[in-house]
Each structure stands twice: as C-alpha cells, then as structure tokens.
Design a protein around this ligand. Sequence first.
Ligand code: SF4
Length: 352
Amino acid sequence: MTEHLYLHFPFCTGRCAYCAFVSGPPPRDIPAVIGALLREKETRGIPLLPLETLYCGGGTPALIGPEGFRRLAGSGLFTLRDGAEWTVELHPAAVTPELADTLAGLGVNRLSLGVQSFDDATLLRCNRRHTAAMALEAVRICRERIPDTGIDLIAALPGVTSTEWERTLETALALALPHISVYTLSVEEGSHWHRQGMEPPEPDAACDAMLTAADRLRRAGYERYETSNFAQPGFRCRHNLNTWHGGDYLGLGRGACSRLGRTRTDGTGHAEILDAVDDALERVLTGLRLSEGFSPERVVAAYPVLAPWRDRWEACLGTFRRQGLLDARNAPTDRGYEVLDALVRELLSRPE
Ligand code: SF4
C-alpha cells in the first residue's frame, strides 16, 4: 500500500545523444497506453491510497497530449488527496498553451522542463530537438499556468567551455524559477555517445562545473537539498523526497521502478526481495544524498537491525567531517557531494 505513484511514459520523438533510458516512438493509440497502466496496476495488486504525490516522467509524457491526460485523470487509476503534488516532466518542444491549460485544469501543480542547456550549438550536439528560444518560450507558457515550474540542466556536456556554462546558469537564474536540477553528464551504455566511444567528462571538469553551479545557485537563494537538486525555500520535490527518505512508492509503465516493503522492482520488471539488513541500509543511505544530515543515533532507533554499524559510522563520519566532506550535521558539503558515491560505499561496507 502506498500513497506515492510514478507513471512512466516511455515515448520520445527522437533520441538524445547521451540517453540510454527505455523509450520508443510516440504512441499511436493513447487509450491503449492508459489501458496498459490500468492493467499493470491490477496485475501488480498493490492498493493505492489517495495519493500524496504523483509523478509523470519519461520519456516524454506530453506525447499522450491533452486528451491523453484527460483520459488518465478520468481513468480511475488514482485519486489525489487534498494538497497532493502532481508533477509532469515536459520536453520544451512538446509544450503548447493548450497542453499547459489542460494540465493546470486537471490539477497538475508542478512541472519539470528538460532544458539541459541554453546554448543552441550544445543542444544540437545533444540532439535535443529544441533550441534555447523554444525552451524559454516553454518556460513562459508553463509558468503562466503553473507557477511551480522548474528546469533540468546538464553540467559538463562535451565542448561546453566554462564561459558557456556560466552563461547557461545566468540565463537560468534570470528566470528566478522555484526549482533547478543540475545533473552531471554520464555517458551511459546504450547511448549514442557511448556507441561512438565518447569518454565521460574529466572528473575535474565535471567537479568544477557542479561547484560553479552550486555556488551560483546558492548565492541566488537556492537550497541544495539533494545532490542534483536546488530549490527556493518551500519548493522541494515532495515525490523525490519520499524516495530519498526511503519511503515506498509504486511505479507503473515500461521502465518504472518500485519500492514496496522489502520488494525492489527495477525498470525491467525484475523484482528482488531484500533481507532486513539490506532493506534498511538501502533506505537509510539514500538519505545521505540529502542536505538534512545523517544521524546514526536516529537511524539505529528507526532500524535496530543496523545497530552493529553504529560505531563504524561514527568513526567514518568523523573522518569525513575532518576532511571537509560533511558539515557538522553530517550533510555533504559541495566538495562532499562530488565524492558522494565513495562516501556511501565506505559507509555501506559491513562492520567486522
Ligand atoms: S533524454 Fe529524455 S527526451 Fe531525450 S531521449 Fe532520453 S528520455 Fe527521451
């Protein structure tokens, strides 16, 4: 049973050069898409409470169009409780006033636009299928209807100089959006760039680009509340926060993951039942991505099965703090975020 639902719409009009996500061409039969989600929910047999958060991600959810969203909302797949957060990811080229009107009318109250860069040459290299001007127009259309509109950017894209990256950040900051996500480029297996043999960005370049972003965004009043996520106060993504807090959620649609009790289902539908220790470790350590800090005492109180880790954690955390990688609350500093995977690996290793 859960009150957090992720719906995956695995459709795109083309393939971005860095992308290895599950996605195919735009759907021809929208009712069939909604029908498949309904059947999947029934087959999975997971009761849904009135939702606290709903996240429609992709792919490009907008490819089901205004009519698709109307059908989705009227399908009985979910109900929303009062004050629920409903987020839809949008590709700038798919944004129209009609779509934004429809989403706002249905109760969507949070939009996330995949902008990635405000540099046209970079967008072309990435095969993003939109320009900077189209992204700015999409932001304008969305914000008029749904003020909680944010954007995603990608740091350390190939060929982007530090001056160009600063320009993209300045353009983003001038929009004064409530939420900005900044991801570091990774060249995933299965992507066009991976097939071409492109190397991942130099760690120093990626680190510099992220540190620049973190610095600019913080100075503009954004809180870095997670590795890649920056928000003005009051605009954190509640759906993702539930996941990082180790909460349950159901994912429906080809490529969606779920976490329900001790069962973790990956994007291929493969389900795995974790033992009590692995379940607790996974739930707790995703919290390290957050700016809220990590308290071994609180963790052990919530998950007594992790008591054997406590001394080891206290020792590791002390070392990380002395190295300037964690602050006094054991939240990552900007430098700590750059080596977060290594910190988590160290904390995950089993006590003797
Ligand atoms: S990055 Fe997004 S829009 Fe681009 S191909 Fe991947 S899923 Fe589609």
